[in-house]
Design a protein around this ligand. Sequence first.
Ligand code: GAR
Length: 204
Amino acid sequence: MLKVAVLVSGRGSNLQALIDVCAKDDFPAEIVTVISNVPDVFALERAAKAGIATSVVNHKNYPDRQSFETELQVAIGDSGAELVCLAGFMRILTDGFVNQWRDRLVNIHPSLLPSFKGVHVHEQALEAGVKVSGCTVHFVVPDLDSGPIIAQETVPVLQDDDADALAARILEAEHRCYPEALRLIAEGRVVVTGNKTVIQTALA
Ligand code: GAR
């Protein structure tokens, strides 16, 4: 079983998708801790309800990113996690942190990367007039919203979409894509080569 730490900042619907898939028989990963940088978020309730250990490392309590991340590393290290999944974690991590977790730090982003990085992602997609958008699960590298792509799922952009409608459609795709990506990683089938991944075929 691959031990996973999930880092959150908010409502935690992607966390819930990961909790649900990990509860299935024979799923090859388990969530050993959920860590939030924001106190009292709904994601923490979801984790507690599932019997998962939680902790809060509130970035506001630390004078700089370095000391915040040192505490984050302690919390992750204490859990024994081998993989860190960002699930709506809204803090940018320093190069030092990212490099320490190279190829073991995963993020989900609500666009088809490399299009529409950063914030206001759905507004960017609508502004660009794209006919499809979607979500991307990728390994985290120091450059924001870059890094080897593990899985993507597309959704249509409809004529009368506003940002909320598009976000809701993409979120449903996220809830399929992230569990599937975690399965592939936990099965040892994701091989990073440069800035790409190769997904190895499942053994019969
Ligand atoms: C999700 O749409 C996720 O892709 C996005 O925040 C939302 C979190 O929702 N993450 C980012 O934009 C990261 N750059 P959730 O808390 O319900 O999972």
